[in-house]
Write a protein of this length. Structure first.
Lengths: 312, 276
């Protein structure tokens, strides 16, 4: 897999710098006409909800009460005091903290394994990428079949290893639900890390590696001093994309536990969904949704600048 | 001689490890497919059977007879139309961003940041608007939402592909008397054909696999296959055959289209950060 990393910034800059045309007024109209429809749709779906959420979050709409009077920061106060909301946030951060490092290390190890010549390498890579393409809800459904205590193969395999019948309740037992969800999550997204890091490794300067080996540097020393710095830009982008994906974790949890047992595996996304669409706590949900949007916008703005994914 | 043997041994171990890892990652998919071919007795046999006695399609036949399979058609309509619309709007927008630097870096960064917002935060007000306009459970409503949802991705990716093609050709075409629109249609689009194709496939896959929006915004008329799969969840475990058969119906098309575009995979899933 030939891979050239980020487009070199000097080249991109020269292209875009030359791209500022001294256009006639008619041409100016043309360039805005091209952008207008997209911006319109994005504002409709992007900005409008924001304004609406802001308004509603200061009111007190519930399932039974259409109270549109100004309530000040009532919902925000309720939100800060809501233990379940904080727990959901904690669960979400826990999923990120557990899944992301495992996906990264596993993906990197697999990329190291596949970077050198290997018979049928292209076929392996093509097969390994399939989990990424499966719909997350289907992935969750598949794992719930796999984890079934009686008719699923997971307990069967564990039984072989343990030398006796086991009937672990993976999606119900509080000690096991996190392991079950994380297994499904890591299964689906490790190939994503693998694919990106494989491309990054392929772009590492071979002459530097040879120089290091001539100088007598060992495997780990070469890895930390040369390989890791070289693949870091790609790694950072991969971590950002996966981190943000994990923050909105919903489908796999929905399919496996629906946030249960109790609210033990409830994520921020699930909490918002339950509050808004099952309990119809409209104004409260608006406050939560707004908080999520503001929080993530801040994180994304800072992160985009840091990882170098931003436009040049 | 000894060194050569050791190298052979090493590559043998690596190959073995590669086979084992690939098998591990494919096993759940294999299991899903196998359940869809099993009879009810085979699905609920203990200990579990790892392959069906014979491949039979009655689980699929039931889906087609009951009309459940039309949800795949709904997915196709919604994902297909929204992909075409998003590709057109997004590509012309990307062209303007790339060539005229419209809005500068801030606009481009704002657009990509739109993609990072969790769907659950925006779907809530959107749902209320949709109720007001009677767009819930309509093709139009879902297509509009998926178009908006995918636009940032299309704009971002196509901007990268357009920056990759040299300007000289466009300038030559302008000198030859082409209008700006003709330059777009006859020079730019053909030049980034591969990028258009790859981006369209990913856009389609995102919409096809989407679950949360579809869950909130559909009822009975335009239910997509992902929502249909979850309809079989619940206490009664005898829906296993339907879960697996429905999932396979929705997954096979994705595997087929992705199989055709291995070359563009890395660039597509890394938001263009890595040019595979």
């Amino acid at each position: 897999m030939p891979a050239s990393l980020f487009r070199s910034s000097t080249r991109a800059r020269s292209v875009t710098a030359a791209a500022i045309p001294r256009t006639a007024p008619k041409e100016r109209g043309f360039r805005y006409a091209l952008v207008a429809p997209s911006i319109f749709v994005l504002l409709l779906i992007g900005i409008f909800p924001l304004v609406y959420l802001l308004v509603v979050s200061f009111q007190n709409l519930t399932m039974t009460d259409m109270d549109t009077s100004f309530q000040g920061l009532l919902n925000y106060r309720l939100m800060v005091q809501d233990v379940r909301m904080w727990q959901a946030l904690l669960h979400t951060l826990l999923f990120i903290a557990l899944a992301l490092p495992v996906e990264l290390v596993l993906g990197l190890a697999m990329a190291q394994l596949f970077i050198d010549r290997l018979p049928g390498r292209a076929v392996f890579v093509a097969l390994l990428v399939l989990p990424v393409m499966v719909s997350p809800i289907v992935a969750g459904a598949t794992w719930s079949l796999m984890f079934d205590n009686r008719f699923g193969p997971i307990n069967q395999i564990i039984g072989w290893l343990a030398g006796g019948e086991v009937a672990l309740l993976w999606t119900i037992n509080p000690d096991l639900v996190y392991a079950a969800i994380l297994t499904a999550e890591i299964w689906q997204w490790t190939p994503f890390m693998f694919l990106l890091l494989l491309a990054a490794l392929a772009a590492v300067d071979k002459s530097q590696l040879e120089a290091a080996s001539i100088d007598g540097a060992g495997y780990w020393r070469t890895f930390f001093k040369i390989v890791l710095p070289a693949i870091w830009p790609v790694m950072a982008v991969a971590i950002l994309i996966r981190g943000l994906d994990l923050f909105r974790l919903f489908d796999i949890v929905w399919a496996l536990t629906k946030g249960g047992p109790g609210t033990m595996t409830e994520t921020v996304s699930m909490f918002t969904y339950v509050k808004g669409f099952q309990q119809f706590d409209t104004s409260f949900t608006a406050a939560v949704a707004l908080m999520i949007i503001v929080l993530l916008t801040l994180v994304v703005t800072v992160a985009l600048k840091r990882v170098g994914l931003e436009a040049r | 001689m000894n060194a050569a043997r050791r190298r052979n041994l090493r590559s043998g171990v690596r190959l073995l490890a590669a086979v084992a890892i690939t098998a591990l990652f494919l096993f759940p998919i294999y299991w899903l497919f196998m359940i869809s071919f099993k009879t009810a007795e085979e699905i609920f046999s203990y200990p579990p059977k790892w392959w069906p006695g014979q491949i039979q399609f009655s689980n699929y036949a039931v889906l087609f007879k009951d009309g459940d399979a039309t949800t795949v058609w709904n997915s196709l309509v919604v994902a297909g139309v929204s992909t075409v619309v998003a590709m057109f709007l997004g590509t012309i927008c990307a062209y303007s961003l790339a060539r005229f630097r419209t809005g500068g870096e801030n606009l481009a960064n704002w657009i990509i940041s739109q993609r990072m917002i969790p769907p659950v935060a925006v779907v809530f007000p959107i749902f209320l608007v949709y109720v007001f306009f009677h767009w819930v459970d309509t093709y139009f409503g879902l297509i509009l939402l998926y178009t908006a949802f995918n636009l940032p991705y299309v704009i971002w990716m196509m901007r990268g592909y357009i920056l990759d093609i040299p300007r000289a050709l466009e300038e030559a075409a302008l000198v030859d008397g082409y209008s700006r629109w003709q330059v777009l249609w006859k020079v730019v689009f053909p030049m980034c054909r591969a990028g258009l194709f790859a981006t369209a496939i990913f856009t389609f896959v995102f919409a096809w696999n989407e679950f949360l929006f579809a869950l909130v915004l559909t009822r009975t008329e335009v239910t997509t296959y992902t929502v249909q799969v979850t309809h079989y969840f619940g206490g009664q475990s005898n829906f296993w055959a339907k879960i697996s058969a429905m999932s396979v119906l929705g997954t096979v098309p994705i595997f087929i289209v992705v199989g055709f575009m291995q070359r563009y995979l890395v660039r597509g899933i890394s938001l263009g950060a890595v040019k595979g």
